[in-house]
Design a binder for this molecule. Sequence first.
Ligand code: MN
Length: 521
Amino acid sequence: MSDKIIIFDTTLRDGEQSPGASLNVQEKVEIARQLDRLGVDVIEAGFPVSSPVQYEAVERIADSVEAVVAGLARAVPQDVETAYHALKAAGKYRIHTFIGTSDIHIQEKFRDNRYGKSLEDKRVSIRRMAEEAVAFARTFTDDVEFSAEDAGRTDIHYLAEVLEAAIAAGATTVNIPDTTGYTMPSEFGAKIAALREMVSNIGETVISAHCHNDLGLAVANSLSAIQNGARQVECTINGIGERAGNASLEEIVMALKVREDFWDVHTGVRIEEIFNTSKMVSAFTGLVVQPNKAIVGDNAFSHEAGIHQDGVLKNSHTYEIITPEVIGATRTRIVLGRHSGRHGLAVRLRDLGYHPTEEELENIYQKFLDLADKKKEVFDDDLRVLMGDEIHRQEETYELESFHVSAGTNALSTGTVSIKMGDQFCRESAIGDGPVDACFKAMDRALDTDSTIESYRVRSVTAGREAQGEVIVRVRSLDRVFTGRGVSTDIIEASVKAYLHALNEVCRANQDEEAVLAAAS
Ligand code: MN
């Protein structure tokens, strides 16, 4: 029997740290349920102490899935205890505590003299904090993971010493993160192999790899770790995450699957759910998958050259090592129309991995009927954006009541918007460079915002002239980037909705921050 590789999914924690990818609680719960269906072993649901929204998301996910739910905690008692409280409703849960172990992390993050004056003294304090946090976490659960942050750049002797202490204190998984995506595959693999030699109690624990993609090597490094004895990998759907992202779950899983002849390991992932999961994460985060992305990119199964097309028609194996059906992408698209009915819609949404409530289903059904009137054929991608739109609609401070534009050749473009805030209406007009700009200016005036637009993108959700347009707007406010999405068969309406959505996100973040400040004071 081959060894099982534990798939630790961190889409909802590290993945959500992608600039502009913030998800609301309900979106996180939907994604978590889909990850459960995908068959991942551990779902890292968030960092509970970091904000009330994170706490709530972890708590809700703990209550909604079968997989082990993990919560992140710095190696300090308050973080560990807060993680426990957020997780305790889960059937199975894991406290994941971490501390920086590289010289640069130790000297910069623990600069304060209370951690010691010299690097040597500080190293002793860090090791003790790791030990104490793990031991404290073990008082709540017997599933505790310890991460030596920036292990990729940590001195191997010190790393071995910290891991040995963490394992002695009760860590059941030790994670070796290449936090900065700095190592080369053979080097990272050698590090894992060396630790297996140097850490005397390593046999009592599972070794995990957590790789970042700054040099495009996250998946290669993860595979090299597996080859050298790691039995857990931490990864995200579509490889989203901080900066250049994390190791991509679908690439690791498919590399192990397609090359079963090469590997003597397996995963518990139901690969036929990969496509739906990728689509859901992309739709909810607004992070579009690059077309040439391995496994889940739009072009991953397209053949352009005549010789290739001819070969694939004769036998797909001539140029394909994976067929789209294997990951749950069908070559023939399923189409709904207005006669499909509420039940047909509900069944299809469920097949795509969504769990709408009765009320949401009713709202989506009304939107679906509108859409079916406009474009006759409704595709899966249309349903995904409707679902994203519906879930986003909740918890919004500003709602669009109406807008009006006037534009044309040799005419001034004007936009008028009416935005509902509670029981008040804010109405403004503006002139702009085209109707979208005019509406955005009117909205800035109405809501008195100081955010700047970093990017604006329109795409057609499906083919055809009646297709829905999806607009993604990225807005910078203070030091952060917020993403707004809007969808409509009218791209000006989609634009207005997207911008308003981004402004709602800004507003939500401000409220969140105020709540943190209020709790701290
Ligand atoms: Mn990370």
